[in-house]
Design a protein around this ligand. Structure first.
Ligand SMILES: *Cc1c(COP(=O)(O)O)cnc(C)c1O
Length: 403
């Protein structure tokens, strides 16, 4: 047998910044996925809140293959039809007037933070370049976004870091109000901290940030890379809060698995970037935008949002029932199909063990830090797939209790 690809090739050939599971996935259909040994898994991970339509959804496959026959890439020296169609869709269905496309969440946040610095500069006010962010936040892995993120372990080894970024406790409005002042050009916040443990923001916290940003002339940036595109049962999570940001970043589910990101904002702020101020080679490429358009138009319908809410209830009820039997979780939290199960103190640090066990029993789940099991499945996951997955999860829990 020549050149059989195996898991050990990861260690042989890949830069060791990840430690993927012991199996290699080869194909998927809906919320089912198979590995090289044809073992079947239910997918509650959704590629980390990316595969909004599950795997190989006919709508996405059709958009991809049709566009693949026509035009893949032209650069931003020329524009194209799919990018303009997607921009029009995002503008017509959100607070935004203008869109900047890129390829990932980090790039969307990079574009947002750079824009905030430019807005501060254009204000003519001295030193209006301070950024307020939150502990445990996650905004991506570029140097600027990793510094804005609130987990020092991801940034400290790469010093010197961009200056004037301050972190305060999430959901602590008083602490935020103490540091947001006339020198602040931006506040960046996730409506639900995803990587930080699936922690929802309190509405009063977001309202308070909104008001203070207005008072000091700072832009409010919502990082909706994880919460956006229907994840919470609304197109964007800000729509559930009554608080509208000035800039919003979106990626992950936007392309349903095709890499794409966007920064969306109002005319007032978009116009502070001049031609040449920022850019990208691939951003807005026809292939990605055609897929994202198909995903967007599929998701942005009341029946899809209703289904997200129904499946969410099914998850919460199901996990609660399992927890009555196994008493392993302190709390189950989140919104829509972004759900975090917080391990009790006695199991602290063991989310990885439970995740590994779940895979043994045929279920893919995520962690969100060492103490939280996270579910972020396809928005179109079926009732049957949720039930089957929860049955696998029960087996994993039963086994977890005995080790
Ligand atoms: C995943 C994530 C990012 C980073 O997105 P990438 O596509 O990995 O660069 C940024 N912010 C939030 C909230 C995320 O969940």
């Amino acid at each position: 047998m020549q050149d059989q690809i195996q898991r050990h090739h990861f260690d042989d050939y890949m830069v060791p910044v990840f430690s993927p599971a012991s199996f290699v996935l080869t194909r998927g259909q809906g919320s089912r996925i198979w590995d090289q040994n044809d073992k079947e898994y239910i997918d509650f991970a959704g590629g980390i809140a990316v595969n909004a339509l599950g795997h190989a959804h006919p709508v996405a496959v059709k958009a991809l293959t049709e566009q693949a026959q026509k035009l893949w890439h032209v650069s931003n020296v020329y524009t194209n039809e799919p990018v303009l169609r997607l921009a029009k869709n995002l503008v017509e269905h959100t607070f935004a007037d203008k869109i900047f496309f890129c390829n990932s969440g980090a790039e969307a946040n990079e574009a947002a933070l750079k824009l905030a610095r430019k807005i501060g500069l254009n204000s003519g006010q001295a030193d209006k370049n301070h950024i307020v962010a939150f502990k445990n936040a996650f905004h991506g892995r570029t140097l600027f976004t990793v510094t804005a993120g609130g987990q020092p372990k991801y940034a400290q080894d790469f010093a010197p870091l961009p200056a004037h970024i301050e972190h305060v406790d999430y959901n602590d409005l008083d602490a935020a109000l103490r540091v947001i002042n006339e020198k602040t050009c931006a506040v960046i916040v996730e409506p639900i901290q995803g990587e930080g443990g699936v922690v929802p923001a309190q509405i009063e916290f977001l309202q308070g940030l909104r008001k203070r940003c207005n008072d000091v002339g700072a832009v409010l940036i919502f990082d909706e890379v994880q919460t956006g595109m229907g994840r919470t049962g609304a197109l964007y999570a800000y729509m559930n809060t009554g608080v509208t940001p000035d800039i919003l970043t979106t990626a992950k589910a936007l392309g349903g698995g095709f890499p794409i990101g966007a920064m969306i904002t109002t005319d007032q702020y978009a116009s502070q970037y001049a031609i040449g101020d920022h850019g990208t080679t691939y951003g807005g490429n026809p292939l990605g935008c055609a897929v994202a358009n198909a995903v967007f138009e599929f998701i942005n319908r009341p029946e899809v949002f209703d289904a997200v809410k129904q499946r969410s209830e099914q998850f919460f009820t199901g996990i609660q029932a399992l927890n009555e039997k196994y008493t392993v979780f302190e709390q189950v939290r989140g919104q829509g199909l972004l759900i975090g199960c917080v391990l009790k103190d006695e199991y602290a640090g063991r989310a990885k063990d439970l995740m590994t066990l779940a895979a043994e029993f045929g279920l893919l789940v995520l962690m969100a830090g060492p103490n939280v099991i996270r579910f972020a499945p396809a928005l179109v996951i079926t009732e049957e797939e949720v039930n089957t997955g929860l049955a696998c999860f029960e087996k994993a829990l039963a086994s977890f209790m005995t080790v």
